[in-house]
Design a protein around this ligand. Structure first.
Ligand code: F3S
Length: 63
């Protein structure tokens, strides 16, 4: 499973970083980014949760 954040959509609410800190982090530009494109199996559940909860649907998931 892979994930990425669309920086043009992200409003920097940081919800994804709180939900899944092992996968998402904030950049100096105050948008979220994935620490790595490939999501480790142990983080896939919380990563999906973060994508579902993002208020602007900026998190893309690819299985
Ligand atoms: Fe941005 Fe959505 Fe995360 S708005 S900070 S990608 S929850």
């Amino acid at each position: 499973m892979k994930t990425r954040v669309d920086p043009d959509l992200c409003t920097g609410c940081e919800l994804c970083v709180q939900t899944c800190p092992d996968v998402f982090e904030m950049t100096d530009d105050s948008v979220a980014q994935a620490k790595a494109e490939v999501v480790p199996e142990a983080q896939q559940g919380s990563c999906r949760e973060a994508a579902e909860d993002c208020p602007v649907e900026a998190i893309q998931i690819e299985d």
